[in-house]
Design a protein around this ligand. Structure first.
Ligand code: SF4
Ligand code: SF4
Ligand code: SF4
Length: 170
């Protein structure tokens, strides 16, 4: 398929939009709403614009327009006992789903281009577009790939984490 057709298909799929579950800022835990005082300092400090005020006035992390760069600006401005940078940033990792365009023979590598952690690589296939492989050990769950995927084919889930990783988060 010509490259221009691939670009059009990617743009079309991205225009369809998508809504995910409620996610909290990095390095926070299940007790987030008990500890957060809803001052919104983290939302204002986030240079990536991935934090929003959600239900009840509590900050939510949304990967709709980009990922979290783990810059820690939110941590630095917060005066509540909310963040613990001793734990992994997120209790989820990326997973590439069956509706990935590359699996359907469309040349797309947007997720690899977005991943600064080099957790996604593409494997050449004979007579087929290269297909993605995700290294969950390298993935931070930052969401950058999800934000860039034109077909909403990337989810964030704890299912792909090893039992050791999961124990570390819990
Ligand atoms: S670590 Fe940085 S990019 Fe991530 S949510 Fe906090 S302020 Fe935003
Ligand atoms: S998972 Fe990667 S290769 Fe597949 S459609 Fe999304 S961005 Fe493209
Ligand atoms: S969520 Fe994982 S695979 Fe996706 S961009 Fe971030 S580190 Fe890379």
């Amino acid at each position: 398929m010509p490259q221009s057709d691939n670009n059009k298909r990617r743009q079309f799929f991205r225009s369809l939009g998508g809504q995910g579950p409620i996610r909290r800022p990095p390095w926070t835990a299940d007790d987030f709403t008990d500890r957060c005082v809803r001052c919104r300092a983290c939302v204002d400090a986030c240079p990536e614009g991935v934090l929003f005020i959600g239900g009840g006035g509590y900050p939510e992390l949304r990967f709709t327009d980009g990922g979290c760069t783990l810059c820690r600006a939110c941590v630095d401005v917060c005066e509540a006992p909310v963040f613990d940078t001793g734990r992994p940033a997120f209790p989820w990792r990326a997973r590439i789903e069956a509706n990935c365009l590359a699996l359907a023979n469309v040349h797309c590598q947007s997720c690899q281009d977005a991943c600064e952690w080099r957790a996604i690589r593409f494997v050449p296939q004979l007579g087929h577009a290269p297909t993605p492989r995700l290294d969950t050990a390298a993935c931070t769950g930052c969401g950058a790939c999800q934000a860039q995927c034109p077909n909403h084919a990337i989810t964030m889930t704890s299912d792909t984490m090893t039992s050791e990783e999961r124990a570390h988060v819990d």
